[in-house]
Design a binder for this molecule. Structure first.
Ligand code: SAM
Length: 244
């Protein structure tokens, strides 16, 4: 999968792309990330990418010409790409959206700065607007890293076990069960007995119930869309869930 990132801060990505899972995915050639410096598509001596807003108001707006040149230049090279803009008004990123996007061959990511991007650029070029949450960042670069990391976990061959991503929180609509590792006793707290029983069916049932409990307590809104069987529902009802 190829990500092309359009940004005025290409150096922002240097260190994160050299770490952990993303670095390994790049080494395995499952993932490729290229940055495009928007300032290379400006036409003035100061390499300007912003201008004052029509109608007045605070801050500056990203001016259309450099963005339009950068995007059309990237689009002129195959493979075909989806163009994603980061903005607080976009579709909020979740595991479902990440899964949808993980099937793409190539995505061009447009990182806004200042007070955002001239609307006409979005009208002309945008396939999808994404927000990473209901708060305002100073730029789309952090959002681009979040999206790349979430999608990379889902690419075949990236995680050690093919089941790891499937077990993650949200993959079946539920939050993950609690996890433990050695030592077995830590500060007087012992790992739940069932996890050292060696009984895999019992462990799976315990984990499912903890997952259901955690989701019910912390994010009951997720239960409406989760894949639940009759015994899950019965257990949830015993906790006070009133769904169907
Ligand atoms: N004035 C804009 C508004 O109120 O929607 C905010 C602009 S913000 C300071 C600058 C850039 O950061 C945005 O153009 C966008 O690319 C990025 N950004 C800010 N918050 C974001 C979020 N929650 N999700 C994704 N991108 C975000």
């Amino acid at each position: 999968m190829l990500f092309d990132i359009v940004t005025i801060f290409p150096d922002f990505f240097d260190s994160p792309l050299k770490m952990g899972m993303i670095r390994k995915a790049i080494e395995k050639e499952v993932l490729k990330v290229k940055t495009t410096d928007l300032r290379n598509f400006t036409s003035d001596r100061h390499r300007t990418t912003d201008d004052r807003p029509y109608g007045g108001g605070e801050g500056m707006i990203m001016t259309p010409p450099p963005l339009s040149r950068a995007i059309t230049t990237l689009q002129s090279v195959p493979p075909e790409a989806k163009v994603v803009f980061f903005t607080p008004r976009g579709r909020v990123l979740n595991q479902e959206l990440a899964l949808e996007l993980s099937c793409q061959k190539r995505i061009i990511l447009i990182c806004g700065r200042y007070e955002g991007i001239d609307e006409r650029i979005q009208e002309r070029f945008c396939d999808l607007e994404i927000s990473i949450g209901d708060y305002v960042l100073s730029g789309g670069e952090t959002a681009a890293l979040v999206l790349i990391e979430v999608i990379t976990r889902l690419l075949p061959g990236v995680l050690g076990s093919p089941c790891s991503a499937e077990r993650d929180s949200f993959s079946d609509g539920l939050l993950e069960y609690p996890q433990y590792t050695r030592p077995r006793i830590f500060m007087d707290m012992e790992v739940p007995q069932v996890l050292v029983s060696g009984d895999h069916a019992l462990i799976a049932a315990w984990r499912r119930r903890r997952s259901l409990e955690t989701t019910f307590e912390r994010r009951p809104d997720l239960l409406g869309k989760a894949s639940l069987d009759d015994s899950d529902k019965e257990y949830l009802r015993s906790l006070g869930w009133e769904g169907d």
